[in-house]
Design a protein around this ligand. Structure first.
Ligand SMILES: [Zn+2]
Length: 231
């Protein structure tokens, strides 16, 4: 799952508009943001097997820290706590914390049974939608659209950066997704680990775009600038 996680991040803005889109992306994609680094460190492992599923070439042999349900719940607890310490907003902190394990639930739909419940000898889960190439794309783009729509309703561009930056961000996400589908598998796990660092750019872009948009839809057509809360 790729675009779907960002769809959840976009959509969460409607629930707690004071939280920056960058933070929402960070939470919803935390597992995939950290995973490439753990690959490079040799802590988690993946095998590159061409045509492993109809959608990608990855056999996720061992990733209990970033991709077990318990691992993501703990990471969510820590990120939510960090958010609360910084912003002292319980509702926003809870949302940020819950977004982290939302990643596991979305991955559950597409992965083959390789997602553990907890580190150690855990049963593995995954419904394997990745074996249905076309259906996977329908689900990915639908989730992106379902999240993006309320984001564009709930926020308005303050300037050209907010307007075209958002278009650029969405184009960048779609490009990474489609590029991954149609390019050959990475030459090595190390190459995958390094190219995976690109995911961080999506978070930085999201902070920047969100700073150039403001919350709309308040009574009387007022808008609430998001500048003071680059949260
Ligand atoms: Zn993932």
């Amino acid at each position: 799952m790729f675009l779907g996680h960002f769809g959840v991040g976009f959509g969460a803005k409607k629930l707690q508009p004071q939280v920056s889109l960058g933070t929402l992306f960070l939470a919803a994609q935390l597992a995939d943001l950290v995973w490439p680094t753990l690959l490079l460190l040799g802590i988690e492992r993946v095998k590159i097997v061409p045509h492993f599923t109809a959608t990608n070439a990855f056999d996720f042999v061992y990733y209990p820290f970033t991709h077990s349900l318990v691992g993501e719940l703990v990471a969510g607890l820590l990120l939510g706590l960090a958010y609360w310490l910084l912003r002292r907003n319980v509702r926003s902190a809870v949302l940020v914390g819950l977004l982290v394990p939302s990643h596991w639930l979305l991955d559950l739909v597409v992965h083959t049974p390789d997602l553990p419940l907890y580190p150690g000898p855990s049963p593995m889960f995954g419904f394997g939608l990745w074996n249905q190439f076309a259906l996977t794309q329908v689900v990915e783009f639908a989730l992106l659209g379902v999240g993006l729509w309320p984001y564009t309703r709930r926020t308005t561009a303050r300037n050209g950066k907010g307007r075209y930056g958002l278009l650029g961000l969405v184009a960048f996400l779609v490009l990474i997704h489609v590029g991954g589908l149609f390019s050959p598998p990475p030459a090595s796990v190390e190459a995958l680990g390094w190219s995976g660092q690109l995911f961080w750019v999506t978070v930085l872009l999201a902070y920047w775009v969100d700073r150039n948009r403001e919350v709309s839809g308040l009574p009387g057509g007022e808008t609430l600038p998001l500048v003071p809360s680059i949260s």
